[in-house]
Ligand binder design. Structure first.
Ligand code: NAP
Ligand code: GLV
Length: 309
């Protein structure tokens, strides 16, 4: 292709810095850090965070939508991104590293009773269990879940991983499909959720799943807030079926000050920080995808609208 590269950025999080990054990566490109400032002809490349309704449709001549996020459920809502327009989700080793850090931190903290010791004012020695004697199930074996499962297995946990396809992950026992979910979570001491939000995965962290886990289990969720039935989690914690939970994502974000999750003694709330987009590496990955598009090459990580992720 020889037409000029024109890129628009529709993001509420520092679009000026992203624009500078694109100008460095693609010096020949004309970059608009605000879609409202586009002048002239078509803008084939649209970089999007979570723009207001109507912004995507306002950009002329878009050929490729590049998501600043790994999760794209907001872009798949009716009326957001026109049918047929390809969407590339963000898959970035830096994001995977951040997510692995968060998941390992919360699982190990629960596993070694760190939150309990933090509250203790007496020399109370808890029963300490070895990782080899705990089963941890990771829901999702994609860019994020597969590394988390691999690392949990390397540490020594009996690791299970569940996906649609039953995708293999080194060191872990793989399960696939709806029946696989039951096998993957039955008797699990901990469940780590790294699924995308789709109609099939909404409300998946519910009383049935908690009830299948080993008593006193732990749930960590960094997928999306709509995966979790909040009331079921609180009931499972109050009954002792679960001993603790770590949540990074919520149905309403920021989590309202009055939400009971803030004050529940068994719940750790983190403010959607498990794996923030790293601007530098994200721009490099998106710039490479723009070059691929210009060369007419296949682009990895295209969203499959039928599957919803
Ligand atoms: P991904 O690479 O698309 O992987 C998704 C995984 O989920 C795949 O293994 C897929 O199975 C599995 N899956 C999807 N639908 C399923 C179903 N119905 N039943 C069983 N398995 C199903 O996604 P990713 O990059 O790992 O990201 C996952 C999610 O993490 C994102 O969608 C986003 O919501 C969340 N996220 C959160 C943060 C944060 O900071 N909290 C940051 C980034 C991402 P197959 O392998 O068979 O396709
Ligand atoms: C963050 O939650 C993402 O989906 O990238």
């Amino acid at each position: 292709m020889t037409d000029p590269i024109r890129i628009a950025i529709a993001s509420k999080g520092n679009p000026e810095a992203l624009a500078e990054g694109f100008r460095t990566e693609l010096p020949e490109a004309e970059v608009f850090d605000d879609p409202a400032r586009i002048d002239g002809g078509p803008v084939p490349y649209l970089v999007v965070g979570k723009p207001d309704a109507g912004v995507i449709a306002s950009v002329p001549g878009v050929e490729l939508v590049l998501s600043l996020n790994a999760g794209v459920e907001h872009l798949l809502r009716p009326g957001e991104v026109p049918e047929g327009l390809p969407i590339v989700r963000l898959v970035d080793p830096a994001m995977t590293e951040g997510m692995s850090d968060w998941c390992l931190a919360v699982v190990l903290s629960w596993h070694r009773n760190l939150a309990i010791y933090r509250q203790d004012t007496k020399w109370t020695r808890r029963t300490e269990v070895l990782s080899r004697d705990r089963t941890v199930t990771v829901l999702g074996a994609g860019a994020l879940g597969s590394r988390v499962a691999r690392l949990l297995a390397l540490i020594g946990f009996q690791t299970r991983v569940w996906s649609r396809s039953g995708r293999a992950v080194e060191g872990a026992e793989a399960f696939g499909g709806p029946d696989g979910l039951i096998a993957a979570t039955t008797g699990a001491d901990a469940v780590v959720n790294l699924l995308p939000l789709t109609e099939e995965t909404r409300d998946i962290l519910n009383a049935d799943l908690f009830g299948r886990m080993a008593r006193g289990g732990f749930v960590a969720s960094a997928g999306r807030g709509q995966h979790l039935v909040d009331a079921d989690l609180i009931a499972a914690l109050d009954s002792g079926q679960l001993s603790a939970a770590a949540l990074d994502v919520f149905r309403t974000e920021p989590l309202p000050a009055s939400d009971p999750l803030w004050t529940h003694p068994g719940v750790l709330v983190t403010p959607h920080v498990a794996a923030p987009t790293q601007a530098g590496s994200a721009v490099r990955i998106m710039a490479e995808n723009i070059r691929r598009h210009r060369r007419g090459e296949p682009i990895p990580e295209l969203v499959d609208r039928g599957r919803g992720y």
